[in-house]
Write a protein that binds this ligand. Sequence first.
Ligand SMILES: [Zn+2]
Length: 175
Amino acid sequence: MLRIKLGARRYVGDEESTDHFLPREHAGWDPTLTDEEVYEAARGWWRLSSKANSEKYAMIVCGDTIRLLVAIDEWASRGDDRRAFRGRILQPGHEVHDRFIGQPDPVTSGSRNPVAYYADEADLGHCQCGCGTRVRGDWAPGHDQIAIHRVINANFEGSVRQFIEWCRTQGLKLA
Ligand SMILES: [Zn+2]
């Protein structure tokens, strides 16, 4: 999950009012903003690597409390290191909304960076091998090997030697 802490409201219209992905006149937050305005202020453009693309939710911190939860649907990037997202504001009844809304900022690292990664079970997916383990990324530890050996068992009678011979006949690189 991404934690985004909004700074003070400021005018950015000269550079950003005609932006294709995130057109806006202001960035940042003040206490008069509606949910929709907080969402627009929180969408970008943050200094983030492509690692952010796998985040499913953003929690938006205003002042010292979590003001809004967003399910992220889409990312755009600008230059090498700026990213913005589009998503849906979570409503009461959604598990992530109900667990976090109104809570204190959970990121207490003291870093001045407005964006931080916050590890939460809501970000987890299922191991690709089908075992049902909840994981961050594709595999539980070692389960990528289970998946590879299943393929070798199904197609090469469990023989790694046969599999490598087959790779050789296909012209694949062996090292
Ligand atoms: Zn697994």
